[in-house]
Design a protein around this ligand. Structure first.
Ligand SMILES: [Zn+2]
Ligand SMILES: [Zn+2]
Ligand SMILES: [Zn+2]
Length: 613
């Protein structure tokens, strides 16, 4: 274990080592290190190719999520058979334990036998924390800390595996004590609210100690509960999330929590039962920092930052400074997630630049210059053929109404439009509106000319845009389509689905081709569109939407995720069905080729993320 630096000693807790990791040193392919810049961080001891298992860990404490408590096993968090499920909503109450057949049979250790005796002891306390996950986890951590009710777990739980896999670890409360942040780093309103909830809990724990229901139990001080609450809220992780979207429990894994966050992480964690498995997701070389991602990967920077702050309950002044977040937007794939096509060069997207900077002033001047040039062009064109232009626009509108199936190849139906000129495109863009626009910067201005960027915009620009069509207007329209589409979709009423699908389809087509195909709103729209197409039994639409989503996710973040696996499986199912029922040999071959490619990639993702083929 590396020694803490002089600065580290001064700051105390933030740089403390984890005793369990220190004990397991030499058995893991990585270790904790300290630096002024990164604080405590995990460093690879040797080259770790993609898919290397670097950590297996049992939680120090874990409970089922309140919303899942009626339907999952309280020991392994696996979904229960229907006969054992509680109908309707049930918060997690330790007095009403539910176990699957396998967990009931195994008993012993930290399984149901010990859990049941602990649950009985905590029954009188349950009213204080049923429905409050954080309070319940605090109680369990407190019980573990005093070593009561369950035999203290030795570390490591299992020796290193013969195949070179790391030992199975279970950390202790001493490891949790080494995790940041300290209580005083939390915002004051949060500390006030939590303290109000902790006071009655503290009294109840003191009563538990007095009643001697748990042999050897000694209640924690209020200060200890506060410090644990601050640590827990920042370090909890979902459990039972082998498949994307399934999060049946929540727990504390101190060893995994000692890896720093990055929005472009090189490791990925999956829990199977209660055991967390952390694997490298790209090739890592010796000496490199190991990171995990706790933010939504396919969202723009501001959304990721907000989600991180939310998850950590706004640790003071903490903004993500990972390599993905500090890379200039103009050269980062992040620009596609919030980018609107630049109509001046039609080569790359416009990105908003921070107001008040010299770039912002230059960009605003350039943008207004361009708008003025277009206005002059349009005025000249309108003078030339006023009547003809209006007629063409009306015909165009009609065509748009009949526009049907989504495009598989490039995600933009606009490419196929037989638009006739650009009449009407800038119509209604008044001078005042152009001035009210925020400053936008066309990205190629900041990119090297060599190699040239591929021209991704349809050769003909879409016409019939609504009157106000500056970048800000396009983003407003996208937000509106998403809100309307998602709201109707979530109501889940059959008669509303066609309308929901129409809004989402307009969004998926990039608000008439103005959004980049990897825009986060387009990515957002695809998942519900796949569900709706599945419900309709439209295999071709499922295939097309899944292919677009897979491509966008992989292009934005060039590493595998479990959600990609989900969409690849949809591609596999639909292309197999399409190949089986193809009318022509050519179509059959095409789908067979796509099927094979998807199967190969899916197998590779399973190997890297799940360690199985
Ligand atoms: Zn179970
Ligand atoms: Zn980041
Ligand atoms: Zn441009």
């Amino acid at each position: 274990m590396a020694q803490s630096s002089p600065q580290g000693k001064k700051k105390g807790k933030r740089f403390a080592p984890l005793p369990t990791l220190a004990a397991a040193e030499g058995q893991l392919p990585w270790r904790l290190a300290f630096s002024a810049k990164l604080g405590r961080h995990a460093v690879a001891d040797r080259d770790l190719p993609a898919g290397t298992l670097i950590l297996t860990e049992k939680p120090l404490v874990a409970i089922p999520r309140s919303k899942a408590a009626g339907s999952v096993c309280h020991a392994c968090f696996a979904e229960l058979p229907d006969s054992l499920k509680k109908k309707g909503k049930e918060g997690f109450n330790p007095c009403l334990p539910r176990y699957c057949a396998a967990c009931k049979a195994s008993g012993g250790g930290a399984g149901p036998a010990a859990a049941q005796s602990r649950a009985r002891a905590l029954c009188g306390l349950a009213a204080a924390f049923v429905e409050h996950e954080l309070l319940h986890l605090l109680v369990l951590l407190d019980v573990r800390r005093s070593g009561a009710a369950e035999a203290p777990v030795g570390v490591p739980l299992a020796p290193p595996q013969p195949d070179g896999a790391p030992p199975l670890l279970r950390c202790t409360a001493a490891d949790a004590d080494a995790l940041p942040p300290p209580w005083h780093h939390k915002p004051e309103p949060w500390r006030k609210a939590v303290t109000a909830a902790l006071r009655p809990l503290h009294r109840a724990l003191a009563a538990l100690e007095a009643a001697a229901a748990l042999p050897g139990y000694r209640a924690a001080s209020l200060a200890q509960l506060q410090s644990d609450a601050a640590m827990l809220i920042c370090n909890l992780q979902g459990v039972g999330a082998e498949h994307a979207g399934q999060d049946s429990g929540v727990g504390l894994f101190p060893a995994a929590a000692s890896l720093n966050h990055s929005c472009r992480a090189n490791c990925h964690s999956v829990t199977m039962g209660q055991t967390m498995h952390v694997r490298t997701v790209v090739d890592v070389v010796a000496g490199q920092q190991l990171t995990l991602c706790h933010a939504p990967q396919y969202e723009p920077r501001p959304v990721r930052q907000a989600a991180l702050l939310q998850a950590r309950v706004a640790e003071r002044g903490l903004a993500c400074a990972c390599e993905r977040c500090i890379e200039p937007l103009a050269t980062s794939t992040d620009r596609f997630l919030e980018g609107v096509w630049c109509l001046a060069c039609t080569v790359d997207v416009l990105v908003a630049v921070p107001p008040g900077t010299p770039e912002a002033a230059a960009a605003a001047a350039r943008y207004e210059e361009q708008l003025a040039a277009w206005d002059a062009e349009d005025a000249a064109a309108a003078r030339k053929s006023r009547k003809g232009g209006k007629k063409a626009a009306a015909e165009e509108q009609q065509q748009q109404g009949q526009e049907a199936a989504p495009e598989a190849a490039n995600g933009s139906a606009a490419a196929e439009e037989e638009a006739d000129g650009k009449e009407g495109q800038q119509e209604g863009l008044e001078g005042e509106q152009a001035e009210a626009e925020p400053a936008y910067l066309c990205v190629p201005a900041f990119l090297p000319a060599d190699p040239p960027l591929p021209a991704r915009l349809p050769a003909r620009l879409p016409t019939c845009l609504p009157a106000a069509n500056g970048p800000g207007d396009v983003m407003l329209q996208a937000d509106k389509l998403w809100q309307q589409g998602a709201m109707l979709y979530q109501v889940k009423m059959a008669q509303l689905m066609p309308q929901a699908e129409e809004f989402l389809r307009q969004l998926q087509q990039g608000v008439e081709g103005r959004l980049h195909p990897y825009h986060s709103r387009i990515i957002d729209s695809l998942s519900p569109l796949i569900s709706l197409a599945l419900r309709r039994g439209d295999a071709l639409a499922v295939f097309n939407y899944s292919a677009l989503l897979w491509e966008a996710q992989h292009a934005v973040q060039a590493r595998y995720s479990l959600s990609q696996l989900q969409y690849l499986n949809a591609i596999i199912d639909t292309s197999a069905a399409k190949a089986a029922h193809a009318q022509s040999a050519v179509v059959k071959r095409q789908f067979e080729k796509k099927l094979k490619a998807a199967q190969t990639t899916a197998a590779e993702i399973r190997r890297v993320l799940l360690g199985k083929s």
